[in-house]
Each structure stands twice: as C-alpha cells, then as structure tokens.
Design a protein around this ligand. Structure first.
Ligand code: SAH
Length: 478
C-alpha cells in the first residue's frame, strides 16, 4: 500500500520540514497492524517526493480481529486485499506517521504550513466501486485535478473486464495539512471496509478533520454516510452538527478572516513578518507569562510554545470555533505533558472585565482592535490597561494609508469585511498616546513590513510598557 506526495515548490525539499521527515533518511514505524516506512525516492531543489509505504501483516490483523468480517470464503481473513489497497489503515498510518503535518504544525517552517504549494498525491491502489465519476465528485470540489486509471481484473484475461481497483493522482495547489486531511477522510469513504468499530468518537473525528471543508462539500451526505459505514443515527448526528458548522461558517470566523486578509497582504508575506516582530518584542520584554488576545487559529501561540522563555501561554478569543481550530492545529490532545501544561485556551471577549487575564507579564493583541466597534474601544482599554494590566502590551493594526499599494484591493475598502475601522498612522499614534497617558504606560512605535516612503508600513505596532517614561515620542514614528 503506497502513497506518494510530491511538490515542485522551491526549495522542494522543504516538504521534509512540512512532513517532519528528513529526506535523507528511510524511517520505519511500528503500527499495530504492521509497519510503515517513509522514504524519498527523489529530493532535489526542484522536485521532492515523499513515499509512505505500509506493509500490513495479515496474520496480525487476524489476531487483532481487524481483518475483513469474514463472511466471504473460509480463508478470507487470511487472503484478502487489505495489505495491498488504500483503506482506513492508510488513514491510521497518516495520523501516526504524519501527525504533526496532519494537524498543520511545522516547527521549522511555521509560515509555509498555511501556504498553498503545488502538490501531487498518488495513491497506488484504491478500491472505488463508484469509479472515476465518484473520485471526481469527491476531490474536484476540493480544488484537485483528478487523474484516475482503472485496472483490469486480470491482465491475462481481458475478457473479464475491469476490477474494482484504481490508481489515483490528485494535483493542485494546497497546504500539506489540507491534502493529508482530505486523504485521511476520503480514503476510508472510498473503501467499503472499515477496520475498527464505528463509535461516537468517530463522529467527532470526522467533524474535526472535516472542519472548514466538509460542511460546504456538495457530497457531504455521501461522505458522512460512507465514512460512518451507513450507521444511520451517527450519520444524522454528524450531518446536524455539520449544518451548525455551516451556519457558523457564514458568520465571521477565523478561516475566512485569515484567507481573505492573507490574499490581500500576501505579496509581502506580511503575516509572517508581523508575527516575527511581535515575537521579538515579547522576547525583548523578558516576559515569561503571556497572553495572546484574539488568538484566532493560534499562529502566534505556536511560535510562543516553541520558545522556552514563555512558561505560561494563554490564548483567548471570542470565537469558540477559532479556539477549536487552534486546539486542533496545536495538536492539543497529543502535546507532551510538559508542553501541555504551558498553554491554555480561553473563550472570552475583550470588552468585558475578566479576572482570568490578571497576573501576566505581557499581552499581544495582533490585528484585533480593528474588529471591535469603535464605541467599545473604551471598554477594551479598561479591560486590558486597567484591570489585566500586564507590564508589556503589544498591539498591531493595519495602516490604512498603505492600502492603496495592495493590488486587488478596491479603493476605499478595508482589508477585511469584518474590520470596523482601519486607522492611519496619526490616528493610531493619537489613540495609543492618549491610552498610554491615561493608564500610566510608555509607548513606542515599530513599523512592520516594508516601509513605503509615502504611505508608511503595511502594519503599525505599538509597544506599551507600564509605569515608565515614553521611550520614543510618537512624532518619531516613521
Ligand atoms: N491575532 C490573530 C487573529 C486576528 S483576527 C492573528 O494575528 O492572526 C481577529 C480575531 O479577534 C478573531 O479571531 C476574532 O474572533 C477575535 N475577536 C474579535 N472580537 C473579539 C473580542 N471582542 N474578544 C476577543 N476576541 C475577539
């Protein structure tokens, strides 16, 4: 059973960082139904291919009662297609071997994780009774080109016609995380057999991995029914929950937020620069206990977690769904206990006094204030500067002057439709200076991204420090 993933992204060997598997090594993993091997048949600057080979032990399957149900012929439990075709065993192997990539984590290439890169996946043998039409209906709505080859039942007897097996190649621009997630869910959907008992946690698993794409998939009913092996009550439960997710999607959520804003800001990979600058400010502050307020999908949390300076990390967001995405991406359930203890996620709103935010050294509020209604800003100021009162506060927000330089952004529009305002440098500077004076903080300003001589930087950042004199007068702001 073989799955290969290839990219022509340059340098293509970054695929190794995204998969957490070194292209120079052959690695072996023990699974409870056999072994998995990861190796790279090619690894150059221009083209890199990772292969996941799964070697199933049919005898182990029988011992663990994980083989086919055996209502066919007598020896079926020993002689069957399980070792050779992609099935739910492949999904288990993906989760075990590429767990970090499946959750969208990469320590070495955190920014690349969310970037769509050219990817091709080949599944050597896939059972698919629904044929090419079904493969297309499942994968094309997700943005992949589908190339499917049907194999004859027996090459020596062409008259017998085609068998149930296909080779599948998917190609498109996707994140590695998305591609692995789609394969994880859809391979068992294509295969009739499922080697483990379908219980309630399978519904959770399906919805977790289906987050962001399943609710809007035109074949969602078929996917849910087949994934849950047509257990009606579970399928109904899953579909109801998907409907709720779909409605939530329509509201303002993390997914569309980042995608939309990223599309506008992509040219300068601004998000990456912003997070880098915020991290630098937090590190320099000497903070050990930090808050990420409006943490969304957890991009900053991931960087904080990777830095041992930060002993206690709290992510807070008003959106429950954003927090679910963050927990998923941070691989919350599978973090080693020492890491797990360092981080927590809170649901809450920044415009209500919240005692849970007290006792921290620093707070980051990255691209959040522009989502608050202007009349609510006063409440936010008190919540953060008066009650939570961390020693350092780092706030970033778009510089509206820069918008004219973004291609594809119509004039006089904000970078995202949920933005309630976008300020120019003077407005941000005036607001920050007034808040600093009112609550006893010093403030200095740091430009983020490439500074345009006329329009300034794409993102503006203010660093507030409690109880000290202003380090740089606001007039010095570039
Ligand atoms: N800091 C993240 C996300 C910015 S998007 C980043 O830089 O990528 C803005 C986030 O603020 C969203 O996740 C939104 O849910 C959250 N948010 C909006 N209003 C909020 C409020 N009143 N309280 C807490 N979070 C809020």
């Amino acid at each position: 059973m073989l799955l290969t993933l290839s990219t022509t992204y340059q340098p293509a060997t970054d695929l190794g960082f995204l998969l957490y598997k070194n292209p120079a090594k052959v690695q072996t993993f023990n699974l409870n139904f056999g072994h998995a091997y990861v190796f790279y048949p090619q690894a150059s600057e221009n083209l890199c291919t990772a292969a996941l080979l799964i070697d199933i032990d049919p005898v182990a399957l029988v011992r663990n009662r994980r083989g086919p149900s055996g209502d066919g012929f007598t020896l079926e439990q020993y002689v069957n297609d399980r070792p050779y075709v992609a099935s739910s065993f492949m999904s288990v192997a993906i989760a075990e071997v590429f767990g970090s990539a499946l959750s969208g984590n990469s320590r070495e290439r955190p920014a690349l994780v969310n970037e769509k890169i050219p990817l091709t996946a080949t599944v050597a043998v896939l059972p698919c009774g629904g044929g090419e039409a079904l493969l297309k209906r499942l994968f094309e709505p997700l943005g992949y080109g589908v190339d499917a080859t049907h194999h004859p039942l027996d090459e020596n007897f062409p008259d017998w016609g085609d068998g149930p097996y296909w080779s599948l190649t998917l190609s498109g621009h996707a994140t590695v995380h998305d591609l692995l997630t789609h394969l994880y869910v859809l391979i068992p959907v294509l295969d009739g057999d499922k080697h483990y008992w379908i219980g309630d946690d399978e519904v959770d698993k399906l919805l977790r991995h289906g987050q962001g794409w399943l609710a809007g998939h035109p074949e969602k009913e078929q996917i849910v029914n087949r994934y849950l092996k047509r257990r009606g009550h579970l399928a109904r439960q899953a579909l109801t929950r998907l409907l709720e997710a779909d409605q939530q999607d329509a509201e303002e959520t993390e997914g569309s937020q980042t995608r939309e804003e990223e599309a506008v800001e992509q040219k300068v990979s601004l998000n990456e620069q912003r997070l880098g600058t915020v991290m630098a400010a937090l590190r320099a502050s000497g903070a050990r206990r930090v808050l990420d307020l409006g943490c969304s999908g957890g991009n900053l949390l991931r960087l904080l977690l990777a830095d041992r300076q930060f002993e206690a990390i709290v992510g807070m967001d008003v959106s429950h769904r954003a927090l679910e995405i963050a927990a998923d991406r941070l691989n919350f359930d599978r973090l080693p206990p020492k890491q797990r203890e360092r981080i927590s996620l809170l649901q809450g709103s920044l415009i209500y006094h919240d005692a849970r935010l007290e006792g921290y050294d620093a707070a980051a509020v990255v691209e959040v204030i522009e989502h608050l209604d202007e009349p609510r800003l006063a409440a936010f100021e008190r919540v953060l500067f008066e009650f939570a009162r961390p020693k350092t506060i780092v706030i970033t927000t778009p510089n509206v002057e820069y918008n004219v330089l973004f291609e594809g952004l119509p004039t006089a529009t904000f970078r995202h439709r949920d933005h309630r305002f976008e300020w120019d440098r003077q407005q941000f500077s005036q607001w920050s200076t007034r808040v600093a004076a009112q609550y006893g903080y010093a403030v200095r300003f740091v430009p983020v991204g490439t500074v345009d001589p006329i329009h300034g930087p794409p993102t503006q950042m203010a660093i507030f420090t409690a109880g000290t004199e202003s380090l740089t007068p606001p007039a010095a702001f570039i």
